[in-house]
Design a protein around this ligand. Structure first.
Ligand SMILES: Cc1cc2nc3c(=O)[nH]c(=O)nc-3n(C[C@H](O)[C@H](O)[C@H](O)COP(=O)(O)O)c2cc1C
Length: 193
């Protein structure tokens, strides 16, 4: 891959919110995770952990997702609550694959900050690899990653691990390249070039 192709890959990647029904193959996911763990990380702390969500876990997480969504939008026990809940379950179960990303929590504050940066780099590597293979990813920091039920589902201790994202992924459906495809020009954000 030459410099132009790499830049094109980086620039063309977009966050995706809709996916086709085509399943994500093991080898595809494996490539994304392999790319992720080669991210830079200070002192080789390798602070990232990944949980590939199983079908059973996705069903359980769908309930947590739907509950949190309905609670934030409607009165409990109302008809509206139930409608939002049901639609949210349906939406969540349609996502072909999801991966929870956690950061191992270091005691030292500076190390934690650097580790979050490293985990972010890992996620970007993951997203770029997915994009190169015709898949899209949405890095979500929505409320399910803060919820105790999510930690319980993957048997993670929130004292030791902080979930920093859930990566919703699948093969592309339609064109997500027009969404969010805007950046300030270099002249506004770079000084001295
Ligand atoms: C730390 C972080 C958290 C994010 N959380 C969310 C989120 O909760 N929901 C969402 O739809 N997108 C989320 N995103 C994706 C951004 O909204 C997206 O990257 C931005 O709109 C630019 O679009 P692009 O990725 O297509 O370039 C997050 C991105 C980052 C880096």
């Amino acid at each position: 891959m030459n410099a132009f192709e790499l830049l094109t890959l980086i620039k063309s990647r977009r966050t995706c919110y809709q996916f086709s029904d085509r399943p994500v193959e093991f080898a595809e996911l494996d490539n994304c995770l392999e790319a992720a763990i080669w991210a830079p990380n200070h002192k080789l702390t390798q602070p990232w952990r990944f949980w590939v969500v199983s079908e059973a876990q996705q069903k359980a997480l769908a309930e947590t997702y739907a509950k949190l969504r309905a609670e934030s939008r409607a009165e409990p026990n109302s008809e509206n609550y139930q409608m939002i809940y049901d639609a949210a379950v349906e939406k969540f179960l349609k996502i072909p694959k999801m991966v929870l990303v956690g950061q191992v929590l270091a005691d030292d504050e500076l190390v934690r900050k650097e580790d979050y940066a490293a985990c972010s780099c890992a996620i970007q590597n993951f997203q770029l690899m997915a994009w190169q293979m015709g898949m899209g990813v949405q890095w979500s920091t929505g409320p399910i990653i803060k919820d105790n039920h999510t930690y319980q589902q993957i048997n993670a201790d929130s004292q030791q691990i902080e979930l920093i994202g859930v990566l919703y992924m699948g093969h592309l459906k339609g064109d997500c390249s027009t969404q969010n495809g805007k950046r300030k020009p270099l002249s506004e954000v770079v000084f001295g070039l």
